[in-house]
Design a protein. Structure first.
Length: 412
């Protein structure tokens, strides 16, 4: 049965790799076309129907790009649609959510000190919040309230703040940030799937049929594309945050997430303004630095609120504590790992436990048995550079402890 843990870890790695690849493709094409659109030049010599053009150089060649708001006189037979980058990014991201957070809900999602629920209930809350977020967002955008873009953006920001607060009262800090990222990324990908691409297809169909396209379709698609542009950087931060417990594991984590969304706006505003050749808004970087300093302060003041310690073991965790080798395993973990993986780490330069993982109770060790097995037993990933001098014999002890426990054996 222990082979299952190894295979599962490689599966999550493969899906994560796919997610990163497609996300790079989606974000790269998105940022490129935003910059291209803002940098288009207009002049009288443009072909009929052309809105603007730009000359670019890359890879030893020159590119001459022209944009048509509707379509050229003759519709090209080969038309490239930029959509699969978005779709596969979302599908692989959802796959990661299932493989890591749903399959490991007891460890990664549920914190009894926050909300004591079963795995099925936690998963149901997750799915309902992500799907409900898109429905709520779409209805607001389509309502009369959404006709004013500035008013809409401000309202959406405060909704995201409320969602950030809500998630931190449902899941662990790590899962809360991940879900906030998934909530936002779902809106972005759904914008492409349900709004932007269908609207573009309507316009193309009208042009092919010699009908005049309704300009509303372009206006709506532009609004959703603008939202995606400003949400991209915060989503990246939230997806990477699970490696930094100072971001997700503190009392004011929901305020930190809220400020990250503001930083996404200030950074993108600078780039958008520069691409449009509309000035150099240096103030955006000053605001961004101030926001980041505020985030750093919030991450350490005050101390992490942990609530009452939870000592009850689940049925999955029980075999690891009952194993005959567990006392030696506990001594090894306490001696080689707990100087960093503690609520108050003693290792110089470490002010919060890496990834929020602590080894202070038997339950802590049992809850992270698979990670211990993979990170310090089967591989030498932990401790980093073997800083605590764990021996090969101790690594073999961790391997036999885990494998015997999952196989139902209590002998060493």
């Amino acid at each position: 049965m222990y082979e299952y843990a190894i295979a599962w870890d490689w599966l999550t790695f493969a899906v994560r790799w796919l997610h990163v690849i497609t996300a790079i493709a989606w974000i790269g094409s998105s940022f490129y076309f935003v910059a291209l659109d803002l940098g288009l030049k207009k002049h009288p010599a443009l072909p009929p129907g052309a809105y603007g053009e730009e000359w670019q150089v890359h890879g030893g060649g020159f590119y001459h790009i022209q944009k048509y708001l509707v379509a050229p006189a003759n519709m090209p037979s080969h038309l490239v649609w930029f959509k699969w980058e978005s779709y596969v990014t979302w599908m692989s991201g959802f796959g990661m959510l299932c493989l890591v957070y749903y399959a490991g809900a007891d460890l990664y999602m549920i914190d009894p000190a926050v909300l004591d629920v079963s795995k099925p209930v936690a998963i149901a809350i997750s799915l309902a919040s992500i799907a409900g977020g898109w429905i709520m967002y779409d209805l607001i955008c389509k309502s009369p309230f959404g006709n004013d873009n500035t008013r809409l953006m401000v309202a959406l920001y405060f909704i995201l703040v409320a969602v950030a607060w809500g998630y931190t009262h449902l899941f662990t800090g790590r899962a809360a940030f991940l879900h906030l990222g998934a909530f936002t990324a779902t809106i972005m990908s759904a914008n492409v799937f349900f709004i932007i691409i269908p609207n573009q297809k309507i316009v193309v169909a009208d042009l092919i049929a010699d009908r005049k396209p309704d300009p509303k379709y372009g206006r709506i698609a532009k609004q959703r594309s603008t939202h995606n542009n400003y949400l991209t950087l915060p989503v990246l931060f939230l997806m990477l945050s699970n490696h930094y417990p100072l971001a997700f594991g503190t009392q004011f984590n929901w305020i930190i997430a809220s400020l990250v969304f503001l930083m996404g706006v200030t950074i993108r505003h600078w780039f958008n303004t520069r691409h449009a050749d509309a000035g150099k808004p240096t103030w955006t970087w000053i605001v961004t630095v101030i926001l980041f300093i505020a985030i750093m302060w919030l991450s350490t003041v005050p101390k992490i609120l942990t609530g009452e310690p939870v000592t009850k073991l689940s049925a999955i965790q029980q075999p690891f504590v009952e194993a005959q080798a567990f006392p030696k395993v506990r001594d090894t973990i306490m001696g080689r790992c707990s100087m960093c993986h503690a609520k108050e780490p003693s290792w110089e330069g470490i002010i919060a436990p890496p990834k929020g993982v602590v080894f202070e109770t038997d339950r802590d060790i049992a809850a992270h048995a698979r990670e211990i097995y993979l990170q310090a037993g089967r591989s030498h990933a932990m401790p980093p550079a073997n800083a605590s001098h764990i021996t090969d014999e101790e690594r073999r002890l961790l391997v036999s402890w885990y494998e015997n426990a999952v196989n139902g054996e209590k002998t060493q």
